[in-house]
Design a protein around this ligand. Sequence first.
Ligand code: 5GP
Length: 188
Amino acid sequence: MNKKVIIFSAPSGAGKSTVVGHLLKTFPFLEFSISATSRSPRGNEKDGVEYYFFSAEQFRELIARDAFVEYEEVYPGSFYGTLRSEVERIWAKGHIILFDIDVRGGVNLKRIFGDNALSVFVKPPSVEELRRRLIGRGTDSPEAIERRVAKAEEELEYEPQFDRVLENDRLDRTLAEAENIVKSFAVQ
Ligand code: 5GP
């Protein structure tokens, strides 16, 4: 079986989740990798859908048991990681795994999966635009937005370590380009 993975990484608010959601609807052979996290569910998020939710203590236990392919403390005190069992679950169905993961995790996964992986960096047009989008999304406090913007500035420096760069300036164009990127990798 051909065990492929596609990794989407971006500073938060770059529009990555919209791109990932579109690709999952468009291509039935793609399956979203549900990450484990120690943060609490937001809004309507459900365990086993957006994330597998764990307490900080449970997360630490999973780390000690070597249950993760990779994990990161993406925000202070908030851990996110990809469970080995999740990767096996999706490959067992013959699907290509689609990751929505932070930039450091993306670089790590590319290193782990090598030629079986395509890593894509979704780039916001500018930091100002990113701030506007985060405000528009309405899910974060002003302090949280400033923290995310500062983090995004640092994360933008990871771009050269990715296979492909997808600049999200106009959504319709971005989605069409994302489809082409997936198609050409899937048929290889
Ligand atoms: P949020 O809390 O907004 O859902 O996600 C915060 C960040 O964590 C996003 O950049 C998301 O892509 C990243 N993330 C989600 N799952 C994982 C994972 O398994 N590993 C890593 N390293 N980052 C992840």
